[in-house]
Design a protein around this ligand. Structure first.
Ligand SMILES: Nc1ncnc2c1ncn2[C@@H]1O[C@H](COP(=O)(O)OP(=O)(O)OP(=O)(O)O)[C@@H](O)[C@H]1O
Ligand SMILES: [Mg+2]
Length: 236
């Protein structure tokens, strides 16, 4: 199994408090990882660092065969990794325009964008909402639009922060179904969740953040057995 990206020596303090102190985090290609941890344990902070959105106090990144400092890695992380927020922000526009946005920004032609958006909405079973204003959507629909908007950009890695939070059962199942399809397509996904039962069947690995460190819990599909702690090599 090939490695996609390696993060080493991730350290960050916020308001004088040490939030994360992770020796090594290796993301394998085509794998799905579940990250759990109590409220405030640092899941969102970790995802923001991994996607180049938040500068840690220290880090080294190995990506595409190069060892990089934060400054060197940041633009590549922002280009290739998509972080999906707990409450995704949608633009004040139609669902189709929201999904199209990233492709237009990349300079793709109108024809190509329209074709891809059509296929993507079909993939997510959202075609019937294409012209609906994004602000009128339910929470579950918004999350699925945001997921579609992220997938259409074919990121190397998708970081999903609580993708099923505040959803009813039906919306959770619909989102879990989309995540299953992403996994089948070989998209590398890391999911944080307090509701691991909704997504744990998708996960190849399960990590838990405790006291700023990562604990690896395996095997994934059986109940928790703490295998590796703190200074050991952590593998996503
Ligand atoms: N900008 C900030 N300034 C100071 N402290 C912060 C900041 N952002 C986050 N924190 C603190 O860092 C810790 C980790 O926060 P984070 O949002 O990463 O946790 P989380 O695991 O995602 O929590 P939740 O499960 O509630 O989403 C918390 O104690 C939080 O209060
Ligand atoms: Mg969070």
């Amino acid at each position: 199994m090939s490695g996609l990206i390696d993060y080493q020596g991730i350290k960050i303090s916020l308001s004088g408090k040490l939030i994360l102190d992770i020796d090594h985090l290796a993301v394998k290609a085509h794998q799905c990882t579940l990250v759990t941890g109590q409220n405030g344990s640092g899941k969102t902070t970790l995802f923001k660092i991994m996607s180049g959105l938040l500068r840690p106090d220290s880090i080294q990144v190995d990506y595409q065969g190069l060892q990089m400092s934060w400054k060197q890695a940041k633009p590549l992380l922002q280009r290739d990794i998509i972080y999906l927020h707990q409450q995704p922000y949608l633009f004040d526009a139609s669902v189709a325009d929201n999904v199209a946005y990233g492709l237009y920004r990349r300079g793709e032609s109108k024809n190509s964008v329209q074709k891809k958006v059509c296929q993507a909405l079909d993939w997510a079973n959202l075609s019937h909402l294409a012209q609906r204003h994004a602000k009128q959507l339910s929470g579950g629909e918004k999350q699925r639009v945001a997921l579609t908007r992220a997938r259409i950009l074919a990121p190397s890695l998708l970081l999903l922060d609580e993708p099923t939070a505040s959803m009813d059962n039906e919306a959770k199942q619909q989102t879990a179904h989309l995540l299953q399809r992403l996994k089948e397509e070989g998209v590398c996904v890391v999911i944080s969740s307090h509701e691991s039962h909704t997504v744990d069947h998708l996960a190849d690995h399960h990590l838990c953040i405790e006291h700023g460190k990562i604990t690896v819990i395996e095997p994934v599909k059986k109940s928790a057995k703490v295998a590796v702690l703190n200074h050991a090599k952590n593998t996503l």
